[in-house]
Ligand binder design. Structure first.
Ligand SMILES: *Cc1c(COP(=O)(O)O)cnc(C)c1O
Length: 353
């Protein structure tokens, strides 16, 4: 099976496994795991922040950051297509008493500044309104196709946030992909955010973990919330050892992934009926004219190519380090057979399940 459902399917490299086996360890809830401390220093430096904290997942990283910024009863302004809003089980509401104020994402991943401004209460002093406390951005924006937010956009959002006295949280699950695509250090993309989270466990290919980075005071709150949520881990250096290599190897790994994504997109675009935008990073979203995406996904799976439906009639293929150049060519040729050798589904005809 050529696995293209997600970059979460990446497996740790041999170097990661051996680093995990030999990492110096301690109790990280006591702050005494030297490998975790090394990873946290490295992540803070790469993101240009004073401090960072290892988290079990990106979901907990976003949740702890939101709870650190927003008191109970406050609002978080989020994208309607964001992971925080769609895929995190409403954790900020359940655990933090924070309500989501969703704003429709434009296709380039941004939230229009006027819509953000309109999400603030008309009168900050009026007790009937829930106050806004944090604006959340996502870079790369996953549901918009792994797109990189336009240059200068985060600075404009941060300026608005400052005038309104609220924080900016960046869900940078794939910020290293964004940085590689732009040819800038990740710190440059994180500089306008008060907190940023990124995933070690996606294209960076570590088995487990995410990082939250920000200033010292905010990170102290994040650490307390992490413990409260049950995310304090003991000899977590076992996973941190892989995380250190993940960060060190990121740029090389991800630029290969992006080249493979462009190669695959070129191949797919040549199949009759397929439309897609050229990928900016490692994610390809395609549409197949006149075909039920679920059926295409099922047929692709029986041809040995695992892809997903991705909402709005789209199919997604994600490139990661487990996908070779040969896999790219093979996947394109198998998908071409699936797409061209079957009859278009008639409107209204029931799908077989
Ligand atoms: C995967 C992802 C997350 C959540 O990370 P998990 O480790 O799966 O909890 C958050 N935001 C974005 C954009 C993601 O792609």
């Amino acid at each position: 099976m050529i696995e293209l459902r997600s970059d979460t399917f990446t497996l740790p490299s041999a170097a990661m496994r051996s680093a995990m086996a030999t990492a110096p360890l301690g109790d990280d809830v006591y702050g005494e795991d030297p490998t975790v401390l090394r990873l946290e220093r490295l992540a803070a430096d790469r993101l240009g922040k004073a401090a960072a904290c290892l988290m079990p997942s990106g979901t907990m990283a976003n949740l702890a950051a939101l709870m650190a910024h927003a008191p109970r009863g406050a609002k978080a302004i989020v994208g309607s297509e964001s992971d925080i809003y769609l895929y995190e089980a409403a954790g900020a509401t359940v655990c933090g008493g924070i309500s989501y104020e969703p704003i429709r994402n434009l296709p380039d991943g941004t939230l229009p500044l006027a819509s953000i401004a309109a999400a603030f209460p008309e009168d900050d002093e009026d007790p009937q309104f829930a106050p806004a406390a944090v604006i959340c951005l996502e870079n790369t924006q996953n549901r918009c196709g792994g797109v990189v937010l336009p240059d200068g956009y985060a600075a404009e959002v941060a300026a608005l946030a400052r005038t309104r006295g609220v924080a900016v949280h960046l869900d940078g699950a794939r910020i290293f992909n964004a940085a590689v695509a732009r040819g800038v250090p990740p710190a440059e993309l994180a500089q306008h955010a008060d907190t940023v989270q990124f995933c070690l466990s996606k294209g960076l290919a570590a088995p487990i973990g995410s990082m939250v980075a920000g200033d010292e005071a905010t990170l102290l709150r994040v650490r307390r919330i992490r413990k409260m949520l049950g995310g304090g881990m003991r000899q977590a250096g076992v996973i941190a050892a892989a995380g250190i290599l993940a960060i060190d190897e990121a740029a090389e790994r991800l630029s290969t992934d992006h080249a493979h994504a462009r190669l695959m997109a070129e191949g797919l675009a040549a199949i009759p009926g397929v439309t897609l935008d050229p990928p900016q990073t490692n994610s390809i979203l395609l549409r197949v004219a006149g075909r039920d995406p679920e059926e295409v996904v099922r047929m692709a799976a029986s041809a040995g190519v695992a892809v997903n439906t991705f909402g709005h009639g789209r199919i997604r293929a994600v490139i990661h380090c487990g996908v070779t150049t040969g896999d790219v060519h093979e996947a394109v040729s198998r998908l071409a057979k699936v797409i061209t050798h079957s009859e278009p589904r008639l409107n209204g005809a029931g799908s077989p399940r």
